[in-house]
Design a protein around this ligand. Structure first.
Ligand code: ADP
Ligand code: MG
Ligand code: ZN
Length: 478
């Protein structure tokens, strides 16, 4: 039987507010343990939480950006459980009445567009961090993270492959980064994902029993863990077994997941409305005010890039994957207003360089101004695009301006037709045997002649002219 996977993702993203969600403590990362704490986030008896307005604003931004409906009145709820990193014995979250629901984002995989539903978005506080000492039989707890604001974004089970899951997460992360409400850093835990997955016979209207995967802290891990889980569940069903509802932990070193807890051990959180916090009322004026401050988002930017710059969808997609990359591209256009070549250079050599050096575009060793100047030199035929690659490498290495490198290395292109023609003639004389072969139908030799001319000119001849002149002379000789 053929099966298909059904996937729904729960994403927790840490908001970039200066202070915590219910107290004035700093959210700054990396401070000495337990220095960003107060009676409220330490869960002392008798204290009262006060909601941080910025947290609501950031969440509303996300809700608007993901086309969600917004509850004019939402509630905070207590999610009760015991854990040493949770000093109150409960986490303040939202349950029956989340701030936002019923949204969607559009993703693209292999050129196909697909809409993934967003079930709900809610606000909650983060827990602290346990640190297990490898040298002593003790665990320590750091409460700096308790009360750091999170939003949880729950998707509908609309995702049908690991690739779609990856595309969904990347798009969601691009949105939080465009909105500037979160770092979206998966490795550092400011963007975390739990994946729910089941399989079912293709064509079935029912969902199978799902497993929940945890500990997925990179896009690669999510995709690998899902692929593993899909084949594991299909194997179980194929052997006549049943998938059980459980939580599984991904082990990136062993490339497999193991059962962490089954349904019997599933928590009953005894949610109830938090009596310390009033229902949160949101009016239209507030929503409108926030809507005005939403920047151009990846989808709109992509559409604009395709229309205004006549770029293919693939280019527009890549260039708008981050706001900074899109800005870099548009900055280049200020000095070299020819979108497609700029796009090719940004997606090709520039991205290659950034990946190799593990740098973000804002740390690029080649500025947008210098890249544009390089393209000007190609266009006015000072250098060939092949030479440009060398110049680019030199720019990346030394940070020098392209003009300077071209002058220093004497990399000026030969564009004098008469001079090139002389060299072509010389080459054809030297290669009389090949010319005869060519005329007898071995037309593949054309590339050989081009190579000889380039060798003779030390790569400086304009390739387009070399081609034209070679064609002309070889035709004449027939
Ligand atoms: P819980 O709070 O117990 O994790 P939810 O009902 O909130 O349960 O669902 C969490 C996620 O699981 C959602 O993203 C949802 O789309 C997904 N999901 C629910 N049922 C299935 C299923 N049968 N297969 C795959 N994913 C599912
Ligand atoms: Mg869950
Ligand atoms: Zn505090």
């Amino acid at each position: 039987m053929a099966y298909e996977p059904v996937i729904g993702l729960e994403v927790h993203t840490q908001l970039k507010t200066r202070t915590k969600i219910f107290c004035g403590c700093s959210t700054a990362f990396g401070a000495p343990p337990n220095t960003h704490t107060c009676p409220v986030c330490l869960g002392m008896p008798g204290v009262l939480p006060v909601l941080n307005k910025k947290v609501v604003e950031y969440t509303l931004k996300m809700a608007i950006a993901t086309h969600c409906r917004i509850n004019r009145e939402s509630r905070f709820a207590r999610k009760n459980y015991f854990y040493p990193d949770l000093p109150k014995g409960y986490q303040i979250s939202q349950y029956e009445l989340p701030i936002a629901f019923n949204g969607f984002i559009d993703i693209e995989t292999n050129g196909n567009q697909k809409r993934i539903g967003i079930t709900r978005i809610h606000m909650e506080e983060d827990a602290g961090k346990l640190i297990h000492d490898p040298d002593r039989p003790v665990s320590m707890v750091d409460f700096n993270r308790t009360g750091v604001p999170l939003i949880e974004i729950v998707s509908e089970p609309d995702i049908r492959s690991p690739e779609e899951a990856g595309a969904y997460l990347r798009h969601l992360r691009a949105i939080v980064r465009y909105l500037d409400i979160s770092d979206g850093n998966m490795e550092e835990g400011s963007f975390r994902c739990d994946a729910n997955i089941s399989v079912r016979p293709i064509g079935s209207d029912f969902f199978g029993t799902r497993a929940e995967l945890k500990n997925l802290n990179s896009f690669k891990h999510v995709e690998k863990a899902l692929a593993f889980e899909i084949s594991r569940q299909i194997d179980v069903l194929g052997d006549g077994g049943r998938v059980i509802q459980e939580t599984r932990l991904w082990d990136p070193d062993k490339n497999r997941s193991t059962s962490m807890r089954g349904k019997e051990e599933a928590h009953d959180y005894r949610y109830f409305p938090d009596p310390d916090l009033l229902p949160l009322a949101i009016d239209d004026d507030w929503i409108d005010a926030i809507r005005k401050h939403i920047p151009e988002l990846p989808d709109e930017k992509k559409r604009r890039f395709m229309e205004k710059y006549e770029l293919p969808a693939h280019d527009a997609d890549m260039l708008t994957s981050s706001r900074e990359l899109a800005d870099y591209f548009e900055d280049c256009l200020l000095d070299f207003p020819n979108p497609k070549p700029v796009s090719n250079w940004v997606m090709g050599p520039l991205t290659g360089l950034l990946n190799a050096e593990n740098k973000s575009v804002t740390e690029s060793p080649v500025s947008s101004k210098d890249l544009a100047q390089l393209l000007v030199l190609i266009e006015d035929k000072t250098i060939s695009s092949k030479m440009a690659k060398t110049v680019f490498e030199e720019m990346a290495r030394t940070g020098k301006a392209p003009k300077k490198i071209v002058a220093e290395k004497g990399l000026v292109q030969m564009t004098d037709e008469t001079a090139i023609e002389e060299i072509v003639k010389k080459v054809l004389r030297q290669c009389a045997a090949e010319v005869t072969d060519y005329k007898n139908g071995k037309t593949k030799l054309f590339g050989f002649f081009v190579g000889q001319v380039m060798k003779e000119t030390k790569g400086k001849a304009n390739p387009k002219l070399v081609n034209e002149i070679l064609k002309k002379l070889l035709e004449n000789k027939k």
